[in-house]
Design a protein around this ligand. Structure first.
Ligand code: HEC
Length: 119
C-alpha cells in the first residue's frame, strides 16, 4: 500500500513538471520573440471590439453611455502598446482591461495590424 502511494506521487510529480515545463519555456521566450501581426487574422478576432469600437464609421453602440476612441487607422505599434498596457494594468479602464486580459500577444499584434490598415 505504501509503495502504491509512493509510486502515485512519483507519477503525479512527473506529470506536473511536464505540464509546467512548456509554460515556463513560453514565458521565458515570449518577451524576446518578435510577434508579427497579421491583419487577416485580426479581422477574425475583432468580433468583441465591434460593439464598442463600432465599424463602419466607428460609432459606438451606446453613444450616450460610452465615449470610445477611434482605433481604426491608428499606428499599429500604438494600438499594440495600448492593449498591452490595459492588459498589464498600466492603463486602467475596466472594460478594456477585461478584454485585453483575454488576448494573447499574437491576438494583440493581429488586431493592431487589422485596425492600423482599417480606414
Ligand atoms: C465594452 C466596450 C469596449 C469593447 C468591447 C472594446 N473596447 Fe477598446 N476601448 C473602450 C473604451 C471606453 C476605451 C477608452 C478607455 C480609456 O479611456 O482608457 C477603449 C480604448 C481602446 C484602445 C486605446 C485607444 C487610444 O486611443 O488610446 C484600444 C487600442 C482599444 N480600445 C482596442 C480594442 C480592441 C482591439 C478591442 C477588441 C478586442 C476592444 N478595444 C474592445 C471600449 C471598448
Amino acid at each position: 500500500m505504501l509503495n502504491l502511494i509512493k509510486s502515485m506521487l512519483v507519477v503525479m510529480a512527473a506529470a506536473s513538471s511536464l505540464a509546467a515545463a512548456p509554460a515556463f519555456a513560453q514565458g521565458a521566450a515570449a518577451p524576446k520573440a518578435e510577434v508579427v501581426g497579421n491583419a487577416d487574422a485580426g479581422a477574425k478576432k475583432n468580433s468583441t471590439c465591434i460593439g464598442c469600437h463600432g465599424i463602419p464609421e466607428y460609432k459606438t453602440a451606446f453613444p450616450v453611455v460610452y465615449r470610445v476612441p477611434k482605433i481604426a487607422g491608428q499606428n499599429a505599434k500604438y494600438i499594440e502598446a495600448a492593449l498591452q498596457a490595459y492588459r498589464s494594468g498600466d492603463r486602467s479602464h475596466p472594460s478594456m482591461k477585461g478584454i485585453a486580459m483575454s488576448l494573447t500577444d499574437q491576438d494583440i499584434a493581429d488586431l493592431a495590424a487589422y485596425y492600423a490598415n482599417k480606414k
